[in-house]
Design a protein around this ligand. Structure first.
Ligand SMILES: [Zn+2]
Length: 313
């Protein structure tokens, strides 16, 4: 069990410089000591920090090689501060907030947040078990969207909320292209364990779920207006909208929506975690487990002005 700082005082005492940050990464990535990422040799030579050399294949490597932190020119301690700040913002961090707190440029803050969001999805996470409520919500735009056909300027998001007694258990969100049967069937298969009870309304798009082995229950057929029979999914949808409008002022490009959804899910599913330090530790674990993200990979939607593609960050 890895330890983590509980307070900002502890955080500062633990991570005064890059060497301390690197030591922490090594504890998390190599609990049994450093080993060669190429040939898995576990008896390696410590060279001039931060390097190690593999005596078998002569490969030189560092603890950040092949992770989210590789290729960074900025100090690791600044990354640590960014992560500490991000997990301690109850409603999520904006690029402006990171810029202000860390004194980095806006483009750097923006790129960091996008990189960190990629670390918010645990690789190989399991699917949700039932009962789950499934519904879709339109994000953005001004007019309500027409179901199944899409709506100009809007993004469609599938909301899956697990029932935990009367409460909400874990959730998942998925940006989907349309609400057709093919799309919804594939999305539910990706998110929900087979044979689970899946509560939906009577939309035809969910008609394929029984065939796929799900116990689909239509709970909102002919519901009285105002009667809300998918309360958990609806609650998540409204929290998500409020969060996108509040923390991000609604300024979320569709092509980047996936990352914002990942951040929302990361925060929501860990909302009961009393310790922000644990969240910090989880974020580092996941950042070490995913491949490096180079800036051109972040391209796709509207970039804030001043973002130079391919620039080191
Ligand atoms: Zn080797």
């Amino acid at each position: 069990m890895i330890e983590y700082p509980e307070t900002v005082r502890e955080f500062r005492a633990w991570f005064p410089d890059d060497a301390a940050c690197r030591g922490y990464l090594e504890q998390i990535r190599w609990p049994e000591g450093p080993h060669c990422p190429r040939c898995k040799q576990s008896e390696v030579w410590a060279m001039k920090p931060p390097f190690y050399r593999c005596p078998t294949c002569r490969h030189d490597f560092t603890v950040t090689a092949g992770t989210l932190f590789s290729d960074t020119r900025l100090p690791l301690s600044l990354w640590f501060e960014a992560m500490w700040y991000v997990v301690n913002q109850k409603h999520g961090a904006s690029a402006l907030g990171v810029q202000r707190i860390l004194g980095v440029s806006y483009p750097t803050a923006w790129r960091w947040l996008h990189k960190l969001r990629r670390a918010m999805v645990r690789p190989g996470r399991d699917r949700l078990g039932g009962p789950v409520e499934v519904d879709e919500v339109y994000i953005g735009g001004e007019k309500p969207g027409k179901r199944g056909r899409g709506a100009a300027g809007k993004a469609l998001v599938l909301v899956v909320a697990q029932a935990d007694g009367p409460q909400i258990g874990r959730i998942r969100l998925l940006h989907i292209g349309s609400a057709t049967k093919a799309v919804l069937s594939a999305a539910v298969q990706e998110i929900v364990e087979p044979k689970s009870q899946v509560l939906t309304d009577d939309w035809d798009g969910y008609g394929g779920l029984a065939e796929l082995g799900y116990d689909r229950q239509v709970v909102r057929k002919g519901a009285v207006v105002g009667e809300n029979l998918l309360p958990r999914a609806n609650r998540i949808a409204s929290l998500l909208k409020r969060w996108l409008l509040g923390t991000h002022q609604g300024a979320v490009a569709h092509s980047h929506l996936d990352y914002y959804l990942d951040e929302f899910v990361f925060r929501f599913n860990r909302r009961r975690s009393r310790s922000r330090g644990l969240l910090f530790c989880r974020l580092i674990e996941q950042a070490l487990a995913i491949a490096p993200v180079r800036c051109p990979q972040l391209v796709g939607g509207a970039q804030p002005q001043g973002i130079v593609l391919g620039e080191q960050c």
